[in-house]
Ligand binder design. Structure first.
Ligand SMILES: Cc1cc2nc3c(=O)[nH]c(=O)nc-3n(C[C@H](O)[C@H](O)[C@H](O)COP(=O)(O)OP(=O)(O)OC[C@H]3O[C@@H](n4cnc5c(N)ncnc54)[C@H](O)[C@@H]3O)c2cc1C
Length: 374
């Protein structure tokens, strides 16, 4: 807790910012960049609780993906066709935007393509029967069919899959760092280790309190706190969903290259150079609706068995590292991008697609605030 401030520190903290963004993930950074691009003279403060961004943006799998047939067929059970299409279009647009903002080499981007794998012939046939329908729905996105039947020759377990050559993989930490640099270059002030605990409306100014005891003042606030938003606003339609991830040591003869989706997207794996990254399976357990990091025996065992028996033909390799990350999910798949109170806005609940849509969500919330300025 910081108790005593110098005159200089106090003077700096007394400043009233035009906009304060809470959360330094893809959405927070993108919102800061877009708002500062619209209003180069306005002052923007970004407050991030971690000493580095401590949310999903640097802890994810780095798939730059816009949807698999199994996932779409699952989504359509709960949403209209228009809603499902809108999600995919948003992901596609977001990935194009991300690649415009960040040069491929700066985030290790590779258009490696992806393959959706099916546990049984029956499951594959069901998905394959809908392939033309989904290709027609997204005909305007890419030249040529997006979804294609492929023979899988990387292991003994899977035989057929559905590929999407337009998807890719990247290093999300490098991508976020590049966005951070862009924001700083534009003039955004970023404070790390600044967990926002509360805010108080005082006339036209919001006074923002942080855990370390510092207070900031701002005309408007955007919450870009994704899965952690419920800690600040308990009534919103959002549930945290933990995902556990492993990465193996280098495997010299690794046959799996690119991104792979299984079981409606609940399981995903990809190569990272010669290593294999595998994560997900939150649907097999009741215990993953938490917003605290950690790994559990149940999911770890499931993923280890999966790695050995379905990916590596019965062979086991050394696991180099385990971690977890928290998704923000809800009763609807689309993110919440809205004004919540006269000076308070939010862009949260990005589900498992924030690498893809983070930049457009940031842009949309920045534009919403900008509209109120004009
Ligand atoms: C394991 C895993 C794998 C994933 N894989 C993919 C993938 O391959 N492709 C894909 O498109 N998406 C993927 N996702 C989803 C994607 O990572 C997220 O949707 C995206 O990162 C969300 O970005 P965000 O900026 O909204 O939230 P976050 O990155 O979570 O950022 C929110 C930030 O707010 C900060 N914060 C929270 N509370 C406060 C507070 N009170 N004060 C200050 N700061 C605060 C947090 O520390 C955090 O840095 C995955 C997610 C996980 C967990």
């Amino acid at each position: 807790m910081i108790k005593s401030l110098s005159y200089w520190e106090k003077e700096a903290l007394d400043k009233v910012y035009d906009l304060t963004i809470v959360g330094g993930g893809f959405v927070g950074m993108s919102a800061a960049i877009h708002y500062q691009q619209i209003f180069p003279d306005k002052s923007i403060l970004l407050l991030e609780r971690g000493v580095i961004a401590y949310g999903a943006s640097t802890r994810n799998a780095g798939f730059s993906c816009f949807g698999s047939i199994g996932e779409l067929e699952d989504d359509i059970l709960y949403s209209s066709l228009d809603q499902v299409k809108a999600t995919v279009q948003m992901r596609h647009r977001g990935l194009q935007k991300l690649q415009k903002l960040i040069p491929a080499a700066m985030m290790d981007y590779k258009q490696s393509g992806s393959i959706e794998l099916f546990d049984s012939e029956d499951q594959f046939e069901k998905a394959y029967a809908t392939l033309n329908h989904w290709n027609d729905q997204f005909a305007e996105l890419e030249e040529g069919d997006i979804f294609r039947k492929v023979q899988v020759d990387q292991g003994d377990f899977y035989q057929y899959g559905i590929s999407n050559p337009y998807e890719g993989q990247l290093n999300p930490y490098k991508a976020l760092k590049h966005l951070e640099q862009l924001a700083i270059q534009l003039g955004v002030h970023i404070s790390y280790a600044a967990q926002v605990d509360a805010w108080l409306e005082q006339g036209s100014i919001m006074e923002i309190s942080t855990k370390v005891g510092l207070k900031y003042r701002s005309k408007r606030i955007i919450l870009a706190t994704n899965a952690f938003t419920k800690r600040l606003i308990p009534e919103i339609d959002l549930m945290p969903a933990r995902n556990q991830v492993l990465i193996t040591e280098e495997i010299e003869d690794l046959a799996w290259k690119g991104c792979f989706h299984v079981d409606r997207g609940y399981i995903y794996f990809r190569n990272v150079g010669k290593r294999l990254l595998l994560g997900g399976a939150r649907n097999i357990s009741q215990n993953e609706s938490v917003d605290s990091y950690g790994n559990t025996e149940e999911i770890q065992q499931y993923l280890l068995n999966y790695l050995k028996n379905r990916i590596l033909n019965g062979r086991m390799v050394k696991i180099d590292h385990w971690w977890s990350g928290i998704l923000g999910v809800g009763t609807e798949k689309m993110p919440i991008i809205r004004k919540f109170a006269p000076s308070l806005y939010m862009a949260v609940r990005l589900g498992g697609m924030g690498v893809a849509i983070g930049t457009v969500v940031g842009e949309q919330i920045a534009q919403l605030v900008a509209n109120d300025e004009e």
